[in-house]
Design a protein around this ligand. Structure first.
Ligand code: UDX
Ligand code: ADP
Length: 458
């Protein structure tokens, strides 16, 4: 008999932390323990300064922490005491051996499975929250089935679809919750127990049940489709620039077709984040290992276009700034991979900064939340980069501003004041198409926006 009054979550990262905070807030009758091997991270979850920045997270954590939400490093105790175990440890891209650069690195995942096996004394439901290659549950079951104590483990896949910056809203009002389990009486029962937890606050019709492999594959496919939309519009942005079409107008025109829909059609300097590239390359690897070369190539091109878009952006900067940026101060507005997050993983700004530095530019980075990661993301660049929290100071004496992240504050700056403080001719490269280009041109800037004709004075 599974005890449904407790939940353990192994892995207190971007997924585990916010997800469990919302579960605890919505289900005061359930005790939720979140454990992690990283002591500093757990200490941060127990402090006033949470380890991740996410709008609304502080309030949710404050409401439940110490009541029915607990953060600790006691992994063994947690496994012993809870029958429902969510696993949300990191599964980065492998950097070594077979599949390096593509396949998911499952070492943390497997270690967790072995920890569960070592400490479980009663039957458990193990819930895959981390994004995993399809059929990982089978590997997990093989490890868990090896237990001498006769403990029964049911593995369920419950992929997370939250997006950073809107994680709390996504968790509180999800489009859907997906729960995959085996199509056996035990599998269906396990699935139902997890569905009942979500049903406390999510309407039943939004809770989808499926077989295990469909749930695992749906997560990778959902991210691949979202990324593909961005690469599609980004590829068209290049064509807009040479034909006089405007990419925002094209996106609006196609997005009003209800079959296409308006979201995820915003041209950008490139998608970033911890998921899209990793998940697509994982999908590519799985397809190749099943002999599906054409399918693999198709999805890999989504990543290739994304990288090309970043390089194209820098090439355009160079071409418009008289083919040299050496010694020129360039202010990057934004370093996070998108607005409303301090996360910089795979941010397009990293690649752009690196390419500008290779051209010997003086790069100044400003960002309201992400400056702390600049040195970590660009370790080889050392003191060649300046970090400046104030965008006005970042732009002072600069030849160009390049918008990397769509932070709202960048729309509302006093650009006349900024223009006055810059070297002339002054350039703006809008990698997010968020600024008022006509107004900037009137102020005196040479304005280059993605997928639009440039507005020049020189
Ligand atoms: C993504 C998925 O959206 C989420 O469902 C999944 O669980 C994890 O991966 P996330 O990486 O947090 O979430 O951010 P998302 O909002 O999807 O943005 C990813 C990147 O695409 C960002 O760099 C964003 O700026 C970029 N983007 C998004 C565009 O360039 N254009 C768009 O139209 C939308
Ligand atoms: P995600 O974005 O998938 O949540 P993160 O890297 O933010 O990924 O978080 C994953 C967390 O899992 C990290 O805090 C890491 O310390 C933790 N972790 C990794 N392996 C283990 C393990 N064996 N036991 C407990 N926690 C682990």
């Amino acid at each position: 008999m599974i005890d449904t009054s407790r939940i353990l979550c192994i892995g207190a990262g971007y997924v585990g932390g916010p997800t469990m905070a919302v579960v605890a807030a919505k289900c005061p009758h359930i005790r939720v323990d979140v454990v992690d091997i990283n002591e500093a991270r757990i200490a941060a979850w127990n402090s006033a300064e949470l380890p991740i920045y996410e709008p609304g997270l502080d309030e949710v954590v404050r409401a439940a922490r110490g009541r029915n939400l607990f953060f600790s490093t006691d992994i063994a105790g947690g496994i012993r005491d809870a029958d429902i175990i969510f696993v949300s440890v990191n599964t980065p891209t492998k950097t070594f051996g077979q599949g390096a650069g593509y396949a998911a690195d499952l070492q943390h995942w497997e270690k967790t499975a072995r920890q569960i096996l070592a400490h479980a004394t009663r039957d458990k439901i193990v819930v895959e929250k981390s994004t995993l290659p399809v059929r990982t549950a089978q590997a997990m079951e093989r490890i868990l089935d090896g237990n001498p104590a006769g403990v029964r483990f049911d593995v369920v896949s419950n992929p997370e679809f939250l997006a950073e910056g809107s994680a709390i809203a996504d968790l509180e009002r999800p489009d859907r919750v997906l729960i995959g389990g085996h199509d056996t009486p035990a599998g269906r029962a396990a699935r139902r127990i997890i569905a009942d937890i979500y049903a406390t606050w999510v309407p039943r019709e939004r809770i989808i049940e499926s077989n295990l492999w469909s749930a695992e594959l749906s997560k990778l496919t959902a991210n691949a489709f979202l990324a593909q939309r961005i690469s599609s519009i980004n590829s068209i942005s290049a064509l807009c620039e040479v034909t006089g079409a405007d990419v925002d107008e094209v996106a609006y025109a196609i997005g009003t077709d209800s079959r296409v829909g308006p979201r995820f059609l915003k041209a950008s300097v490139g998608f970033g984040g911890s998921c899209f590239k990793k998940d697509i390359l994982n999908l590519v690897y799985i397809c190749r290992s099943h002999g599906l070369g054409e399918v693999a190539d198709y999805w890999e091109s989504v990543v290739a276009i994304n990288e090309w878009q970043q390089s194209r952006f820098v090439r355009n900067m160079l071409a418009s700034m008289f083919n040299t940026v050496a010694g020129k101060r360039i202010a990057l507005f934004g370093f996070a991979f998108k607005a409303d997050t301090g996360d910089t993983r795979e941010s397009a700004a990293i690649g752009v900064a690196r390419q500008l530095l290779a051209e010997r530019a003086v790069v100044v980075i400003t960002d309201p939340k992400a400056l702390g990661s600049v040195r970590e993301e660009l370790p080889e660049e050392g003191d060649r980069i300046e970090c400046e929290i104030d965008p006005y100071r970042a732009a002072r004496g600069a030849h160009a501003i390049a918008v990397m992240t769509e932070w709202r504050i960048y729309r509302d700056l006093d650009y006349a004041r900024i223009f006055a403080s810059m070297e002339k001719p002054a350039f703006v490269f809008d990698g997010r198409n968020i600024l008022d280009h006509k107004r900037l041109h009137e102020i005196g800037f040479n304005v280059y926006a993605l997928g639009k004709a440039p507005l020049r004075h020189v």
